[in-house]
Design a protein around this ligand. Structure first.
Ligand SMILES: Nc1ncnc2c1ncn2[C@@H]1O[C@H](COP(=O)(O)OS(=O)(=O)O)[C@@H](OP(=O)(O)O)[C@H]1O
Ligand SMILES: Nc1ncnc2c1ncn2[C@@H]1O[C@H](COP(=O)(O)OP(=O)(O)O)[C@@H](O)[C@H]1O
Length: 653
């Protein structure tokens, strides 16, 4: 087949929107899996190339006796940009009828990580490229890990070079199945898998007949469905200070509003010190009227009513919703440098605009980033391409956030010498407002009933327990929960279903589907489940509960009080759930009628080590239900009294 050169989309016009209104994408993949060709293709097929570029390159290739390749287009574009690159990424703009795009291209994944972690080039979406012929390679896994670390959730997997595998659907399905399984471990659910050929221009802008069996979108059609990440406007203020200027005897604080907003007159506290003042003015040169407020994403300069000591690196917040502060952070770290990172060796930690000497004081766990298998033994060092859970101690206090709460101030990079060695995200942070909440129980006493858990269990003939069913909408949670309750009832086991949909009619009626509201939803459901299990019931919780941290929290709540708890992963691939669509919600989510829909526009983090996994797309409902029922009956069984072996042998029993 001939390489097709017919552009299928709109004429180019100036790429003129502000960056915040362009969809920013990264394209990552193993070397040679076709990144450059795909980029060249996207430019060509959207008619985003300068006039005559293709001809120019075609001629140049001919002169050198080489066949024209789309990858050459990228090289030419990069060369043109080379003069004015100030950061380690190139930003390549192109457009379609619908909107504008920027491809963020980094020379290597180290640069990519650096830019992403420092926020210089955060992407809204990613294309993960896999060569259909070679399948998943180590780098395909590492890149996926990076995306998960950085919280990029809009992902399309492009299965490239389908022409080399005879357009065979089985090959595509094999890659899809393998990669889905791996990505699931990272909590990544790609919105689409697209079979394509960048070289031949198949399934790039529109469906191609060679791949007619593929019912989903072409690459560009998939991208058009993604959303430009709205700057988080419902998060608390984080004003990250970049510089302090003295001007006309006034001290002007320049910085960027990473999250939240700022008003003249409001109290602002600077961390890690906790000194506060009020915002006197927001300065804007040449503005007809001085602004009275500034919003997320803006770089602004402010003055304060009092002269307090603040410095570059400080983070400003509202009084009650400050970041965490301290010398220690718990983090997940990805190490990229050849020289390993040992315990207790100093490095520079950069977080926001803070830069501080720090060192590792504990390495709790090290994983190989391509297999995600924990390495055996007691790790004292992190090698290249390993991922580790660590505790880091800084020389002086720093201000930070938990990454899942505020990612902008929850990620950092590590610099050794002058080089960036790795990056990470903060997993734990103790907040003042949470401490206050914990403090609220300080003067309270738990009333102990004479009817103990054991006595209740004796009455019921089984013990109370919590079964936590988690999975995508349509995976089968409600069907299995109701089926299980029926079977337990028939066996005389007292149980009750706590279903997300039902709870949201009452106890959780004031909650929506933002990450924060979902966390609160899960917390309330978890606390309720614990009480009901304490009362002796087998509580079947059926909630999407998409975030690992929230589920872990319920586990902690139960285990702290000795309540048996089991996480049950109701696992069905997104496309199966979408085709089931029992309530028509996926359709609404795809059309944009429902926002923040799990699996489509909101993430789902699959369990890493559930007590039970039920693959509902692979087994019949009857079989799945049987497995679940056996499991639940076992969990509710009162343990046999432990016989003391010693005593038994000695004839004591
Ligand atoms: N945006 C969005 N995302 C996900 N789900 C949505 C949304 N809007 C409404 N619904 C319906 O609400 C049900 C999920 O509620 P949960 O309480 O289980 O969700 S969560 O655990 O707090 O994420 C879910 O029920 P299931 O389909 O049974 O999972 C949907 O029916
Ligand atoms: N093995 C299975 N287990 C559970 N449900 C299944 C299975 N196979 C097919 N299904 C179907 O999948 C759909 C799941 O819908 P539902 O239980 O409402 O999901 P959820 O509560 O997770 O949103 C139902 O129509 C159910 O009949």
């Amino acid at each position: 087949m001939q390489t097709t050169l017919e552009p299928t989309k709109v004429p180019t016009s100036d790429i003129s929107l502000p960056t915040s209104q362009k969809l920013r994408i990264v394209i990552v993949g193993h070397v040679d899996h076709g990144k450059s060709t795909l980029i060249g293709r996207l430019f060509h097929d959207t008619n985003s190339l300068p006039e005559g570029k293709v001809e120019q390159i075609r001629k140049a290739s001919e002169l050198e006796g080489m066949e024209f390749e789309f990858a050459f287009l990228l090289d030419a574009l990069l060369e043109e940009q080379a003069q004015n690159i100030t950061i380690d990424t190139t930003q390549l703009p192109f457009r379609t009828d619908k909107r504008e795009y920027v491809i963020i291209d980094a020379p290597g994944h180290k640069e990519f990580l650096k830019n992403m972690v420092t926020g210089a080039a955060s992407a809204d979406a990613a294309i993960l490229l896999i060569d259909a012929n070679e399948g998943i390679q180590e780098q395909s896994k590492r890149h996926a890990y990076l995306l998960s670390l950085l919280g990029i959730r809009q992902i399309v997997v492009a299965v490239n070079k389908m022409d080399l595998v005879g357009y065979r659907q089985e090959r595509f399905e094999k890659v899809r199945a393998d990669y889905t399984e791996f990505l699931g471990k990272l909590g990544i659910v790609p919105q689409h898998f697209v079979p394509m050929s960048a070289k031949l221009g198949l399934n790039i802008t529109t469906a191609s007949p060679e791949l007619a069996w593929h019912k989903g979108p072409a690459i560009l059609e998939a991208l058009e469905q993604f959303q430009i990440s709205a700057p988080p406007d419902d998060l608390p203020l984080r004003f990250v200070l970049q510089d302090i200027y003295r001007f006309d005897e006034r001290r002007i604080l320049a910085g960027r509003i990473e999250t939240g907003s700022l008003q003249v007159g409001q109290e602002i506290v600077f961390w890690p010190d906790g000194k506060s003042s009020r915002v006197k003015s927001i300065e804007e040169w040449n503005a007809p009227e001085p602004p009275t407020s500034a919003l997320v994403g803006e770089s602004v300069a402010i003055t304060l009513e009092e002269q307090i000591f603040v410095e570059r690196g400080d983070i400003g917040s509202a009084p009650d919703h400050g970041p965490a502060e301290g010398r220690e952070i718990q983090a997940s770290l990805f190490w990229l440098q050849n020289d390993p990172l040992p315990l207790n060796v100093p490095f520079t930690l950069k977080l926001g605009t803070q830069s501080v000497e720090a060192r590792l004081v504990e390495i709790t766990r090290v994983l190989d980033s391509s297999t995600l298998e924990p390495l055996a033994g007691n790790p004292g060092i992190i090698h290249k391409n390993e991922v580790a859970d660590v505790r880091i101690r800084a020389r002086k206090p720093i201000a930070f956030d938990r990454h899942d709460r505020i990612s902008e101030t929850g990620r950092f990079v590590i610099v050794t010498g002058k080089r960036i060695g790795g990056g990470g995200i903060i997993r734990e942070a103790e907040y003042q407002d949470e401490k206050r909440l914990a403090g609220a129980t300080e003067n309270l006493t738990w009333t102990v009933s004479p009817v103990t858990r054991e006595l209740r269990a004796e009455n019921f003939g089984h013990r109370g327990a919590v079964l936590w069913l988690t999975g995508l909408s349509g995976s089968g949670k409600s069907t299995l929960a109701t089926g299980l309750e029926y079977h337990l009832h028939r066996r005389g086991i007292f149980s009750y279903i706590l279903d997300g949909d039902n709870l949201r009619h009452g106890l959780c009626a004031n909650l929506g589907f933002s990450a924060e509201d979902r966390s609160e939803n899960i917390r309330r459901a978890g606390e309720t489940a614990r009480l009901m299990a304490e009362a002796g019931l087998v509580v079947i919780c059926s909630l999407i509960s998409p975030f690992r941290a929230d589920r872990d929290n319920v586990r902690k709540i139960c285990q702290r009080d000795g309540i048996p708890f089991a996480e049950v992963f109701i696992n069905a691939p997104l496309d199966v759930c979408e085709s089931r669509d029992p309530r028509g919600l996926y359709k609404k989510a795809r059309s944009g009628e429902i926002k923040e829909f799990t699996g489509i526009t909101s993430p789902y983090e699959a369990p890493l080590a559930p007590e039970l996994e039920l693959r509902t797309a692979e087994h019949t409902l009857d079989n799945t239900l049987l497995d679940l029922t056996h499991f639940a009956v076992d969990l509710s069984r009162i343990p046999e009294p432990q016989i003391d072996e010693e005593l038994a042998r000695g004839g004591g029993i």
